[in-house]
Write a protein that binds this ligand. Structure first.
Ligand code: 5GP
Ligand code: MN
Length: 341
């Protein structure tokens, strides 16, 4: 975003407008935190703001301020379509391609309203008028914080905004431990706590809200479903739909299971495969130089970041696993994780 664009957007937002905020399929903490952080900012400026998600998201995010106003396109398509049709500006948060919002993307593409991408994923597609984008940002929430500052409105960052933005920064950095966490991240987080974000309470909302069955599912994954391929410094889990059923699976229950595979000493590539109704959903994580964004794009119709990416496969679960294992020799040279002494 250059100085002229900042001026233009600032002028545009100086009078009340109809604004839509959309975020990616299966929204996570950063998707919802950034969308509702921006929502809680824009409503203070008297805009009429509608946050639309393509589908539902985990219940541990329902406490976020403004959540009761969110429209789920998969359940309320008519209301969502009307809001998009009426919108004068559409913010696209935490995604880089309209494919990531599926049928909602058709509505967004149809709209003549300018689009504004705020995102930190690699290789953004060219569908927006405005873009606040850098892969250096730890999260989209960090960029929403920057955006509010660029608009000269740092004083408007209240507790609601601070709680939302803290949530996304915390979840996308794995609680401030991924390499994407910088001094800037910590400075922003300090400002958010000063503005009222309750860090300890947010942590409890997100991480200490497990159902018994979720914890048992994790235990089952760890004891029964983990495969470690030492030769490739790779470890992965997979779950069939009958196993999900057995553990009374709810949205979000398998989130971050993949990180346990990555936590094994010497492992630099971790994957998770889960059987969904229409496809197999994959999650990839890495440490060191191995780029899972490239891997997911090339082999599993996906994308994301260097160390965290996802994708999907229309093959069966077993076929997907066979494909995955067969790909590893090709990447063997890259799959080394040298520990710093
Ligand atoms: P997760 O494994 O937690 O679902 O996703 C990890 C990262 O990869 C997130 O930044 C997410 O936005 C991205 N991602 C997950 N699934 C997909 C996908 O199917 N396509 C693309 N392009 N990115 C994905
Ligand atoms: Mn993100």
């Amino acid at each position: 975003m250059n100085a002229t664009e900042i001026k233009k957007v600032k002028a545009f937002l100086s009078t009340p407008k109809n604004i839509v905020i959309v975020t990616h399929w299966s929204p996570d903490g950063d998707a919802m935190g950034s969308s509702l952080g921006l929502y809680n900012y824009l409503i203070q400026k008297k805009h009429k703001v509608t946050v639309i998600t393509p589908n539902d998201y985990p219940s541990f995010l329902f406490w976020l301020p403004g959540n009761n106003k969110v429209i789920d396109f998969s359940k309320k398509a008519k209301v969502a379509k009307a809001a998009v049709a009426k919108s004068e500006l559409i913010f696209c948060l935490d995604f880089n391609s309209l494919k990531r919002i599926y049928d909602l993307g058709i509505e967004v593409a149809k709209s003549k309203a300018p689009k504004f991408i705020i995102d930190h994923h690699q290789q953004p597609e060219d569908f927006a008028t405005y873009m606040l984008h850098t892969i250096e940002a730890c999260s989209t929430c960090e960029l929403v914080y920057d955006f509010i500052n660029l608009m000269g409105d740092s004083k408007l960052i209240n507790k609601n905004i601070a709680d939302c933005l803290y949530t996304g920064i915390m979840t996308d950095t794995g609680s401030f431990r991924f390499p994407s966490t910088t001094a800037k991240t910590h400075k922003i987080v300090a400002e958010l706590i000063t503005a009222g974000a309750n860090n300890s309470e947010i942590h409890n909302h997100i991480y200490d809200d497990n159902s018994e069955s979720r914890l048992r599912l994790l235990g089952y994954c760890l004891s029964e479903k983990l495969t470690v391929l030492k030769e490739y410094n790779t470890a992965f889990f997979s779950l069939r739909s009958d196993e999900l059923k057995r553990f009374n699976y709810k949205k979000g229950d398998t989130e971050s299971v993949v990180n346990y595979a990555l936590s094994i000493e010497g492992i630099c590539f971790a994957a998770f495969f889960v059987e969904r109704d229409d496809a197999v959903k994959t999650s990839f994580r890495s440490k060191g130089t191995f780029d899972v964004n490239v891997f997911a794009r090339k082999n599993f119709n996906g994308g994301g970041h260097k160390h965290a990416a996802g994708g999907s496969s229309e093959d069966t679960l077993d076929e997907s696993l066979i494909k995955f294992i067969a790909l590893l020799p090709e990447y063997k040279k890259q799959l080394t994780h040298k520990k710093k002494k």
